[in-house]
Design a protein around this ligand. Sequence first.
Ligand code: ZN
Ligand code: ZN
Length: 175
Amino acid sequence: MITYINFRIIIGNCNNYIFAIITNTNIMLVQIDNLPQYLKAAGIKPSVQRLRIFDYLVHSTDHPTVDTIFIALSPELSTLSKTTVYNTLKIFQQYGIVSVINIEDHETRYDADTRFHGHFKCNQCDDVQDFIVDQEQPIIASLQQHLIVESHYYLKGICPKCRLDQNKYNQNQLN
Ligand SMILES: [Zn+2]
Ligand SMILES: [Zn+2]
């Protein structure tokens, strides 16, 4: 069960472990008190590598790829391989504690926040930001008789920071 409080703080209870998600327009942070218990409750054996990979995901807001996670963790986990990262994420996905973002054909990103939300990708800086979507299944007249089993909200464009940089660049060109 997830409760929205003034669209800023979301408090939930997942397998008896309280988590809180603090949001603003572009950041949704998942906080889990006890990672080993969280993995166990999901049915996953909490090995050192699995714990570190999940911990990294929980603390990242940029929706990392296998490569990003591998590069970040390989210095401390010397036996880690890209295949292990990939297989671990696959297990997390199968057991429902990670969701997959396929906003681009050529890259797969991962998210420890499995609640329904949308993703915006900036075409200039490649940043992928979260946004809250009020309704997972909007009523679409032509799909009334269909059973929807999966929905994704992907938007692309230019983020405010890149737009600002672009404006500054344009102004410098004029001066
Ligand atoms: Zn950007
Ligand atoms: Zn997300």
